[in-house]
Design a protein around this ligand. Sequence first.
Ligand code: FAD
Length: 317
Amino acid sequence: MKVTEHLDKANQTLISFEILPPLKGQGVQSIFDAIDPLMEFNPPFIDVTYHREEFVYKNKSGGLLEKQIVRKRPGTVGICAAIMNKYQVDAVPHIICGGFSREETENALIDLDFLGIDNVLLLRGDPIKSEGIFIPEKNGHVYAIDLLKQVTNMNNGVFLDEELPSTVKTNFCIGVAGYPEKHFEAPNFKMDLNHLKNKVESGAEYIVTQMFFDNSKYFEFVKRCREIGIEVPIIPGLKPITSLKQITSIPRTFHVDLPDDLVDNLSACKTNEDAKQAGIEWAIHQSKELINANVPCLHFYTMSRSGPVKKIVENLF
Ligand code: FAD
C-alpha cells in the first residue's frame, strides 16, 4: 500500500521508522532485532536508507597508499523485500541520484516494481565525504527533481528507451525531503522552498523533513510551504539525541540547531547514559506537541537502534 493511502485512512498520528542497512558483513537478523521491539507500535511503513560508495585509502607495502571504493552498507533493496516478507509492512527504499546513471536507476526501479514495492523516497544524496561537493554520476541526475521526473515518467509508462513496445506503468508513490532549517547549500529559505515546490509539482506526494529539535521550526516551515501552495502531507522527522558527543556532531552533520534548553539539559549530563535519557525526554516533549498539532505521522530516525525510540513512543499514547 502507498504511504499516502496509509496517511489518508489514519484517524490519529501514525508512527513510522527509518532504519539503516547493516554494515557489510552483518546479517539481516541485526535489522530484525532493531525492528522487532518497534512492531508493537504498528508502523504502517518503514524506510530503509541508501548509502553510496566511499573512498578509503589502504596502506600498501613500500609506504604506498591505494585508493579503494567501498560500500559500507549495501543491501537496501534486499532489506526492503525482507521487511515486507517478514512483517507484511510496507517498506520505503531511499533512492539517490549520487553514484547512479539513469540506466542503473531505471533497472533498480524495475527490480523494486517486480518486488511489489510501491513506495520510494527520492533524494539527491550527499557529496562523497572526500569530494566536498556533490558530483553527479556520468549520465546521472544532478538534483532530486531530475530523479523524480524519471520515476513519474515510468509511472506513465515512459522508459529511457522511448521505443520500447507496450510498456507497463509502474505505480510508485513518491516522497521527497524537506528542510525546516533550510538545506545547507541553498542560498536562502525562499529558494529552497521554491525547489521543494517544484518537486511537488513534478509528482512528489508527500514530504519527510530533516530532523529538527525545535518544533517552532517545523510549524513555521509547514506554514511557509502552505503559503506558497505546497499542499501535500509534511511528515516531521525526529531523532533522539543518544550521546554527549551528538551536541556537536548533529549540528555539524545535519546542519540543524539545538535549542538552548536542550543544550543546557545535555550540558548538565555527566555520562552518555544521562545524555540519552535527556534526549529521550526532549523527544517525548517534541512528539507530544506534534501529536497535539495533528501531524499525520511521526517519523523516527532510529539509526537501527530501537531502545530510545521504543521508550519515546511508549510514552505518547
Ligand atoms: P535536492 O532536492 O536535489 O536539493 C539539493 C539542493 O539543491 C538544495 O539546496 C536545493 O535547494 C537545491 N536545488 C534543488 N533543485 C534545484 C535546481 N533545479 N536548481 C538549483 N538548485 C536546486 N542521503 C543519502 O545519501 N541516503 C539516504 O537514504 C538519505 N535519506 C534522507 C532522508 C531524509 C528524510 C532527508 C531529509 C535526507 C536524507 N538524505 C539521504 C540526505 C540528502 O540526500 C541530502 O540532504 C542531500 O544533500 C539533499 O538531498 P535532496 O533530495 O533534498 O536534494
